[in-house]
Design a protein around this ligand. Structure first.
Ligand code: UD1
Length: 418
């Protein structure tokens, strides 16, 4: 059985280094399609979603090879514009390739991404934005057929600050004639990282991190070397792990500026959080307190990707914490599994009410999605007895070695393979 076996109630102690950011490297891998030569991505995490992106690049005629922790991508051989249904299904965020393929090839064909474990995953904002840049997009039989002899820059106002739509439009705009202004753009740090990567390759992008991103298109992009930013959600996971198990850890590479809503909640719960230039220290010695309402929102609001993880850390707190999930429709699937461990959680629509219990007990639980899976591990670290976490393929999508990292912090975690 492929699973993580976690024996809880061992306080954490030590240091862990945060991997490169999954949500940064995926759009950057799509962006390599805009370059004419070799790109070396330093600190690229080995993840299932990265492997899926590499398979898409290879199917399009590009090559990619690992050199230790660096991934070297060469797009000189690009010879296709179609992503098969099988490859699209491997990773729901593969729609991010659309803008780049369109900009480079003038056409793109891929299957509609459909739903995912978090609920429906529409890409209407991506498509309407690309249409505004001049793409002709026809949706037939679950396939998207896109053409654009010449994309043309203009102002595109997003109805919602979608991360993926902002990234897709930034990539398409690099290949468009003239200036594109993306208004109501997402402001996530990963958008800033994408801007930095594109500019390092010769693009002219500005404004990332604010609500208005401007792209001067039409510049040829060259290859280069780029270091991916640290993963703020992995960092949040380790901080919450220490909050759940107790102890004192240092998360090297974590940036407080990216995590301020998460660290504010942990401080309110009673953890000592000490950021410095190298990372964040977290000390948790006592039973935590419940915190004020946690409402997920686009950055700089509380990240939806950290909702399950913080919830897991607060299961044994004193008092009641209200969570409100405002980004995805179906993001409480971890709750039933946490309840199996003795948690008291009531869900009603977008709201989950967590009433702290004195103790949790180990149980057999199943990952329902990536961050929900990480949350089960966080809860297990604070539970009495042994927890068996199955369907850990979800966790492998976003964590290079969660079990190894937790072990490095003194946790009792064993990974078994089939
Ligand atoms: C990205 C992240 C994901 C994170 C999410 C929100 C990556 C690879 N993934 O996903 O981990 O949870 O941001 O921070 O970076 N929507 C539409 N129409 C669209 C696009 C989005 O209705 O065309 C909706 C989505 O269904 C969702 C919300 O907008 O309810 C947010 O989606 P978006 O910001 O696009 O998230 P992703 O880019 O998919």
């Amino acid at each position: 059985m492929r699973e993580l076996i976690i024996t809880g109630e061992h306080p954490l102690q030590g240091e862990v280094t945060v991997q490169g950011a999954k949500n940064s490297v995926l759009p950057i891998l799509a962006a390599t399609l805009l370059t004419s030569s070799q790109v070396e991505l330093r600190g690229c995490p080995h993840l299932r979603d990265v492997e899926a992106s590499v398979r898409i690049l290879e199917a399009l005629g590009c090559t990619a090879r690992w050199e230790g922790e660096n991934l070297v991508v060469d797009t000189a051989g690009l010879n296709g514009w179609t992503i098969s249904d099988i490859l699209m299904r491997e990773m729901r965020s593969s729609a991010i390739f659309l803008g780049a393929i369109l900009a480079r090839c003038g056409r793109a064909e891929l299957s509609y991404p459909g739903g995912c474990e978090l609920g429906p995953r529409p890409i209407d904002l991506h498509l309407s934005g690309l249409r505004e840049l001049g793409a002709e997009i026809c949706e037939a039989g679950g396939m998207l057929h896109c053409r654009a002899e010449q994309l043309t820059g203009r102002e595109v106002v997003l109805g919602f600050p979608s991360v993926g739509a902002t990234e897709n439009l930034m990539l398409a705009a690099c290949g468009a004639k003239g200036t594109t202004v993306i208004a109501n753009a997402a402001r996530e740090p990963e958008i800033v990282d994408l801007e930095r990567f594109l500019n390092a390759c010769g693009a002219c992008v500005s404004g990332a991190g604010s609500s208005t991103v401007t792209v001067e298109g039409g510049r040829p992009l060259h290859g280069g070397t780029y270091t991916v930013m640290p993963d703020r959600i992995a960092a949040a996971t380790y901080l919450c792990a220490a909050a759940s198990a107790g102890g004192e850890i240092f998360v090297r590479g974590a940036r407080e500026s990216h995590l301020s809503t998460v660290t504010a909640a942990l401080r309110e719960a009673g953890c000592q959080i000490r950021p410095d230039a190298a990372g964040i220290a977290c000390v948790c010695r006592e039973r935590l307190r419940a915190v004020g309402p946690v409402r997920t929102a686009p950055y700089p609001g509380f990240p939806t990707d950290a909702q399950a993880i913080l919830m897991a850390a607060l299961l044994r707190s004193r008092g009641t914490t209200v969570f409100e999930e405002n980004i995805f429709e179906n993001r409480y699937r971890h709750v039933d599994e946490l309840v199996r461990m003795g948690a008291r959680i009531r869900v009603s629509g977008r709201v989950a009410v967590v009433t702290g219990v004195p103790t949790l007990r180990g149980a057999s639980v199943r990952c329902t999605d990536l961050r929900g899976g990480a949350a089960l591990c966080v809860a297990a670290l604070g539970a009495g007895g042994v927890t068996h976490v199955t369907q850990i393929g979800h966790i492998d999508r976003g964590y290079q070695d969660l079990a190894g990292d937790l072990r490095a912090l003194g946790a009792d975690v064993i990974r078994t393979e089939e």
